[in-house]
Ligand binder design. Sequence first.
Ligand code: ADP
Ligand code: MG
Length: 301
Amino acid sequence: MMADEDVRDQPTEPEGGLTFGERITGHGAVEEDRHQYHATDLNLIGDENDEAWSIRCLDVRKRLGGVNVLDGLNVAFPEDTITVVLGPSGTGKSVLIKHIIGLMFPDAGDVVVKGQVVKQLTMPELLALRRKIGVLFQDGALFGSMNVFDNVAFPLRQHTDMTEADIAKRVRDRLTDVGLADAMGDLPSQLSGGMRKRAGFARALVMEPDIVIFDEPDSGLDPVRTALLCDLIQEMHQIHRGTYIVVTHNIASARQIGEYIALLWRGRIVEAGDAAHMFASENPFVRQFLSGSAEGPLTMD
Ligand SMILES: Nc1ncnc2c1ncn2[C@@H]1O[C@H](COP(=O)(O)OP(=O)(O)O)[C@@H](O)[C@H]1O
Ligand SMILES: [Mg+2]
């Protein structure tokens, strides 16, 4: 996915005393600058009816607690690809996930998942859509009173009429995939943080979802365990395919598994594209964020 050269060739030097944030959210003359970074102009929202895009967010706005958390978000997630949504804390990543799974609805704009406009769905349609989406929440979100097996079996018992024997086989297969075959009888409290995440991952996969979403899978893990979890995500994607979305502020994770990367900041996409494109970006914000540098337009405010 290439950016429009004309757009990228424009000068990117900061203008007299303005921070990058002021430049992309400012008014008057600097307003033009904003568009330089906006995904709409880079045509990264996908074409309607193009099945290469599994999820599309079209000018999504969501105001929460007096703040425009999603502020004209335009982004699309490619089919059969691991996309990393990268962005600093508090920038709207979890809110974006909630919009994709229909736990929140936009004030304006549309979220289109597998061709369906989420806010237009009836409750039964929405529940059916959610069954096609596996989500791994930050801490695994396991039921504390159920052992690992029952946690992973839960969605199957809830949403399918599979026999217990078929359920047992499916659960055992997924737990074997994530290296937890020996921990099936353990309670979540008996597991390490990394094991809880893997159990959550097995549960996210058990319904054979088209879309799998990971909210900060690397939070609370040391760099080695983070790298191992990223390996596992990649392996599972190789086997099961589908649209994987990994939300993180961890650049190392993005580098390791991101095939497509969308950089979110203050409720908008700064830039999105193939990993190679993003790591070669000339956008000063993208360069700064992907290099983890203190130097650049991104400031603490
Ligand atoms: N339900 C809510 N009510 C009010 N504010 C919210 C709510 N959910 C999120 N926010 C605010 O929206 C912003 C983005 O939150 P979030 O998406 O959780 O950030 P992150 O990128 O770290 O996942 C934060 O400022 C957060 O406080
Ligand atoms: Mg979050």
